[in-house]
Design a protein. Structure first.
Length: 243
């Protein structure tokens, strides 16, 4: 598991680094005292876990989480317990108050490793199923793992997909309840045919065939209006053949 430590206090970074050395199994790929530098690293490198201070110059840890499109699992480390609710509302793995006792740190790492292992297993299971699909020549469906089973989905039945941090919700035609699966947008896009699906927002992928209308800032899928992100707008228009 690869991690990045972000804290404007070098001593706080040293404490986390020493704890990780005692525990083992976690590789530190970067240590940042500048949150703006950390954003560049997180956008370039594959990282599984981030230790993140909240009160920092230029950018708070909470704002940093909101800035990164595909934020890895993260643990807040701060001297301010009043931010705990904000942290958990952002789906933090844990919230550690400084000075951090080693046993409390160990508990947080255990949670992070458990989450990481579940994610890796989901990817592995999906890869195995995809290999079987390729060998047997199937191209019109995918398998995704939801809870304790691999669910077969006809790609033509997918209306749209919503991203929720480490999870995605797949909305299927004719069903009220979406399928929740532990995959990232990058992973689900790799499974879907490029000519049928388009990412229109940092949190949404839509089936092009299901688009009923295109409005100025939204697409209409069935009766659902889904926002178009400003950075995706030109590509959406191009892919839909609209000048």
């Amino acid at each position: 598991m690869k991690c990045v430590i972000i804290d404007d206090e070098p001593l706080a970074i040293d404490v986390i680094e020493s704890y990780l050395e005692q525990i083992g199994g976690v590789q530190i790929v970067a240590k940042c005292t500048n949150p703006l530098e950390a954003i560049t690293i997180l956008n370039k490198q594959q990282v599984d876990l981030v230790f993140l201070d909240i009160e920092m110059p230029n950018l708070t840890g909470i704002d940093l989480v909101k800035t990164i499109e595909n934020i890895p699992a993260f643990i807040f480390t701060t001297a301010y317990p009043q931010y705990a609710l904000d942290g958990f509302n952002l789906n933090a793995v844990d919230y550690l108050v400084k000075p951090i006792p080693f046993q409390r740190f160990l508990k947080a790492i255990s949670r992070a490793k458990e989450k990481y292992e579940l994610h890796q297993k989901a990817i592995s299971d999906t890869t195995i199923v995809q290999s079987v699909q390729a060998e047997e020549g199937y191209t019109n469906f995918i398998f995704v793992k939801s809870e304790y089973e691999n669910i077969k989905i006809n790609v033509d039945d997918i209306q749209y997909i919503q991203g929720l941090k480490d999870y995605i919700k797949i909305y299927i035609k004719g069903t009220d309840k979406p399928i929740l699966t532990l995959l990232s947008f990058k992973e689900i896009l790799h499974k879907l045919p490029d000519h049928k699906f388009i990412r229109i927002h940092r949190s949404y992928i839509v089936n092009i065939d299901k688009i009923k209308a295109l409005q100025k800032t939204k697409v209409l899928v069935d009766t659902i209006r889904i926002p178009i992100g400003e950075t995706y707008k030109n590509n959406v228009l191009k892919q839909l053949g609209i000048e």
